[in-house]
Write a protein that binds this ligand. Structure first.
Ligand code: JB3
Length: 210
């Protein structure tokens, strides 16, 4: 199988974590990093330039991952994803060889599954998501587009997490819970009831903060 030639968009902390997570995947070659500011290199991966070179990179048929992270709203990740789409760029998926991903699950373009994450039976994950280190997604859960499930989160079975949500580190989402699009769940929260309208929620049990 030929290797995927992958360009990373955003060269900060999340990018370093993605490189560590997927560099031992023998099917991936990193071409380089695109960042708004000039960098030396990122963990040995070359700096290529700023976003003005994206069309050239698309023309060379490289595949992309958005490696700008987000705590809260994913606006920059969406903007960069849509920009590359508008240039007819192709996204790949990045799956750490240390993650456990069920064969019956499905993972959207541009999504990364970080180290020691577990994605169980019939989970469906949308595009441009971060399933961060040690997150657990249980059976038949659905994750929308541009979602960040942060480090150590537990999402139990048959949940529905809407588009653009951020679930903070260590949070627990109970079985069969639905969370509305654009919701933010603060770190360490416990969500046992549906969240029907977007907002910022925090606590055990989680309550609306704003
Ligand atoms: O929660 C965890 C474990 N990690 C967080 C991650 C998910 O999100 C981490 O703690 C950070 O808060 C955040 O990481 P991120 O996004 O890598 O943050 P930072 O280290 O600040 O790097 C952002 C990079 O994006 C910087 O190098 C910026 O120059 C670059 N950047 C900003 N705007 C951009 C743009 N790069 C491109 N190509 N285009 C832009 O428009």
């Amino acid at each position: 199988m030929s290797k995927k030639q992958v360009v990373l968009i955003g060269g900060g902390g999340h990018c370093k974590s993605v490189i560590e997570a997927i560099q031992s995947d023998e099917h991936i070659d990193f071409i380089g990093v695109v960042d708004a500011q000039k960098l030396e290199n990122v963990l040995g991966v070359a700096y290529l330039g700023d976003d003005s070179i994206l069309q050239d990179l698309v023309n060379q048929h490289y595949q992309f991952l958005i490696t700008v992270g987000n705590i809260g709203a994913p606006n920059l990740r969406i903007k960069l994803f849509d920009k590359i789409k508008s240039l007819n760029g192709l996204f790949t998926t990045g799956i750490s060889p240390n993650a456990l991903v069920a064969k019956s699950s499905s993972i959207g373009e541009g999504t990364v599954i970080m180290q020691h994450a577990i994605v169980n039976a019939e989970v469906v994950i949308g595009k441009n998501c971060i399933i961060n280190s040690k997150a657990l997604l249980e059976h038949e859960t659905t994750i929308g587009d541009h979602v960040h499930i942060s480090t150590g989160v537990i999402v139990n079975g048959q949940c529905k997490i809407g588009n653009n949500c951020f679930i903070g580190s260590g949070s627990v989402i109970g079985n069969n819970v639905t969370i509305a699009d654009n919701s933010i769940i603060g770190a360490g929260s416990v969500v046992l009831k549906d969240i029907k309208e977007a907002g910022t929620f925090f606590g055990q049990p989680a309550r609306k903060f704003k």
